[in-house]
Design a protein around this ligand. Sequence first.
Ligand SMILES: Cc1ncc(COP(=O)(O)O)c(C=O)c1O
Length: 381
Amino acid sequence: MSVIFLDNAATTPLEPRVKDEMIRMMENFGNPSSTHLSGRSAKVEVEIVRKRIAKAIGALPSEIFFTSGGTEADNMALFCSVRDLGVKRIITTPIEHHAVGHPVEFMAERGEIDASYLSVNEHGDIDLGELENLLKEGPKTLVSLMFANNEIGNFNPVKEIGDLCKQYGALFHSDTVQAMGHLPINVVDTQYDFLTCSAHKIHGPKGVGFAYVRSGLKIKPLIQGGAQERSMRAGTENTIGICALGKAFELALDEMAEDQKKVEGLKQYIIKEVQSIVPGVKFFGRSGELDKSLYTVLSIAFPKSNNEMLTFALDIKGVNVSGGSACNSGSSQGSHVIRALGSWTADYQPVRVSMSKFNTKACADGFLNAVREIYTAQAVG
Ligand SMILES: Cc1ncc(COP(=O)(O)O)c(C=O)c1O
């Protein structure tokens, strides 16, 4: 059975052009720390990618640090700002990814920081007034608010958040793992101090990403060892992964407009059709509003009915979607993001459909037909 893959917020298929780049780099096996020709040749490749990424987001090459992915980059921003920059409070929300939520909880439980959680309304929106009131007083603060939510697609007003942080002397970390490569991001226009990226969300391989750290923020390495990454991240560089990330990033930027148009069209189509198939369907967060959410993510709220195992039923029909985020699968409590939207969510079951440029109208129709079949069988049964 061929699979319809609509879980691209969990991970994306590898781009053939990225795969070619990985195969090319497999030949260049040098250790970038070696000073001989083989080492220098690998180092040159890594530095080309660093420059390319830096230029694309308006940063300096020295502000880009390659990591093992989004989780490590988020951990680096959070743990290092507490350990090295005197941060005593982190302001965040209950709907961040666990790569942010769990480090914050960990440090709060150890008494290293105060964790302040901004409230979110039933749509997942934050209130900038609440953020400003918190920032007006209190200790040295890091604000950690993601650009686009991985489960409900909501955008945070990152420009305004960056301005408020600047005004009140707070640091600003944004988990941009779902937005990077899908939307323009620029560290000059928006006053970020830390950003994060993961290659496997943009058709690159798993296990590689980067952190942007604004120059002047004197943090020490989270991972200790050798002097790689200008002594900021020890461990021999994942040269194949880094070059793949560079290629995936380049393609994502070059082809952003056409990919967006295509994926947005599919999202619009599913929004319209699913409502006619299942009466009473809603959308979690802002995901049903094209201008207020990431075009790749649609979080459908199906009224709870006899079939409580919708994602499982879809899987049996060859359609891969998720109930929340991939990191929540296996959790009996369901999604922390959906729960945070309020008690009304208990009457609905979430199905997150997340799309990529490799999806077609046939994929959308495959999903919609499977939903139709499941609901028809239910009505008959
Ligand atoms: C918003 C967000 N942050 C962080 C991560 C973690 O990234 P990685 O899988 O590269 O560790 C993910 C992955 O699901 C994500 O969606």
